[in-house]
Ligand binder design. Structure first.
Ligand code: PNW
Length: 487
């Protein structure tokens, strides 16, 4: 393996924060402990075992409900500045509503937050990471407009219980995943397929839910708690296949990033105009009396616009984009294409594939995406809330992952130094292996291996843990040629 040249000045700015991430359903287990109720992922995994590799569930996962002290120990070993985890709605508020707060749920997150702070690790909390109460799903879940209030009421409880100590909040993690992947592909809970309809209704409701939670923070908590609130979006870098495809690529970016960013981060607010126009046109051609894309009222546009203190961004992979040929079959968005905008997605031959089907490695993509976000929405502080690589190399020698971190961090330094993007921090996905949704335990993202056959769920550091710890410690990339050499 090539050793990175010893370059000078590869330091991150002072105050740049390094962290690692997890999510409740993927690590906690303890799915039916105490008064916890079922989330849509509990229900989905139990009801459709065939949709998950190895019929796996998150029933036990990493057992972080019991092993949270070990998690903090490893976060501490890595020297992390922050640990990003999510709160399980059904553990804290089993009815889904604020009429009842679980004492055990409250204690669990208080313990976690307090010990992190004791170890000088800042808690960065995701309020929602895919695990809606099943009781609310029974009422339509993310397609019922009332979900915006249900979520804001839940967020109010979370801010009031933990906001004295938590200063960085993510309202929703990757709405594109639980709207578009859920309703177009059906692989994410709740597993209903309603392409071109359900995904857009969900999309609108997530924007309102996020905004209402943000306004609750503004009105009721900000002056006392002085924290920051935003949303995290997952964005593939979408690159024109050839020069002629630039227009198609820009449409695709507006569909992937714009649908979840424009209402919040743009000056005008509302849907990205190009997408709004195209879907209205398509709907008309289909004989519908109105657009499949639900409209925002003027009031709603104002409610959502500007509801951010920074921007959360998850980056993993990239795709090429080209215009579909007339009559060409277009697979489901966001993996293979998007029929509403008539585009086909692909990959370049020199993008190496990671150990999961949807993942091609393109480090320059993160820099290009950061530049696009700045160009599109202005000079907003950006927190990279997830970046990481699936690798199934034998448990400790994960050279692909080490190289992935190094190559992406190099691009981030270029963004900061050359493109003047205000990247405030970086978080690895994931601290440890965990329940990787439809891929169960077969796909591994962890810096720590977790032995899922061991009732103890023993965590063992990989080379990537050692590498990342040295980056954090030196606050630079001028490190660890030794680790890279040894691989
Ligand atoms: C993110 N895709 O989700 C999530 O925030 C994590 O929970 C997850 O474990 C991580 O990425 C790794 O997958 C994604 O299929 C889920 O393109 C699916 C996709 C991308 C991201």
């Amino acid at each position: 393996l090539s050793v990175c040249a010893v370059l000078g000045g590869r330091h991150f700015p002072p105050g740049f924060m390094f962290g690692a991430a997890s999510a409740a359903y993927q690590v906690e287990g303890a799915w039916n402990i105490s008064d916890k109720s079922l989330s849509i992922w509990d229900y989905f995994a139990h009801t459709y075992p065939e949709k998950i590799v190895g019929n796996a569930t998150g029933d036990v996962a990493c057992d972080s409900y019991n092993k949270w002290k070990t998690d903090i120990e490893i976060a501490s070993e890595l020297g992390l500045h922050f640990y990003r985890f999510s709160i399980s709605w059904t553990r804290l508020m089993p009815t889904g509503f604020p009429n009842y707060i679980s004492e055990d749920g409250k204690r669990y997150y208080n313990d976690l937050i307090n010990l992190l702070l004791e170890k000088r690790i800042q808690p960065v909390v995701t309020i929602y990471h895919f695990d809606l109460p099943q009781s609310l799903q029974d009422l339509g879940g993310w397609t019922n407009p009332l979900v915006a209030d249900w979520f804001a009421n839940y967020a109010r409880v979370v801010f009031s219980l933990f906001g004295d100590r938590v200063k960085i909040w993510i309202t929703l993690n990757e709405p594109i995943t639980f709207c578009d992947i859920a309703y177009n592909v059906g692989t994410q809970a709740p597993g209903y397929i309603s392409p071109g309809v359900g995904n857009y209704i969900c999309n609108k409701n997530t924007m309102l839910a996020h905004a209402k939670a943000y306004r609750v923070y503004d009105k009721e908590f900000r002056s006392k708690q002085k924290g920051k609130v935003s949303i995290t979006n997952e964005i593939f870098w979408l690159e024109a296949d050839t020069e002629r495809d630039e227009e198609a690529a820009e449409k695709a970016r507006q569909l992937m990033a714009g649908m979840y960013c424009h209402p919040i981060f743009s000056k005008q607010g509302g849907w990205p105009p190009v997408i709004e126009r195209i879907i209205a046109e398509k709907s008309k051609q289909e004989g519908l009396p109105y657009s499949r894309l639900p409209t925002f009222t003027e009031e709603e546009i104002e409610l959502v616009k500007g509801t951010y203190d920074f921007m959360g961004f998850n980056y993993y992979t990239a795709r090429t984009v080209r215009e579909a040929k007339p009559g060409e079959e277009i697979g489901p968005w966001p993996f293979t294409g998007a029929s509403d905008i008539d585009i086909i997605l692909g990959e370049r031959r020199d993008w190496k594939q990671a150990d999961v089907w949807w993942f091609y490695i393109y480090p320059e993509g993160i820099r290009k995406q950061l530049a696009w976000l700045k160009e599109e929405y202005g000079d907003i502080e950006i927190l990279i809330t997830e970046n990481g690589c699936a690798s199934s190399s034998p448990y400790q020698y994960d050279e692909v992952r080490v190289e992935y971190y190094k190559d992406h961090l190099e691009q981030i330094l270029l963004s900061i130094n050359e493109d003047r993007v205000r990247v405030m921090g970086y978080s690895v996905w994931a601290l440890m292996d965990n329940f990787e949704w439809n891929d169960g335990y077969s796909v591994k993202f962890g810096m720590y291996d977790v032995d899922f056959r061991d009732p103890n769920r023993t965590r063992t550091p990989r080379a990537s843990a050692e590498y990342y710890a040295s980056v954090v410690k030196s606050h630079s990339l001028d490190v660890n040629n030794k680790i890279i050499d040894e691989l």
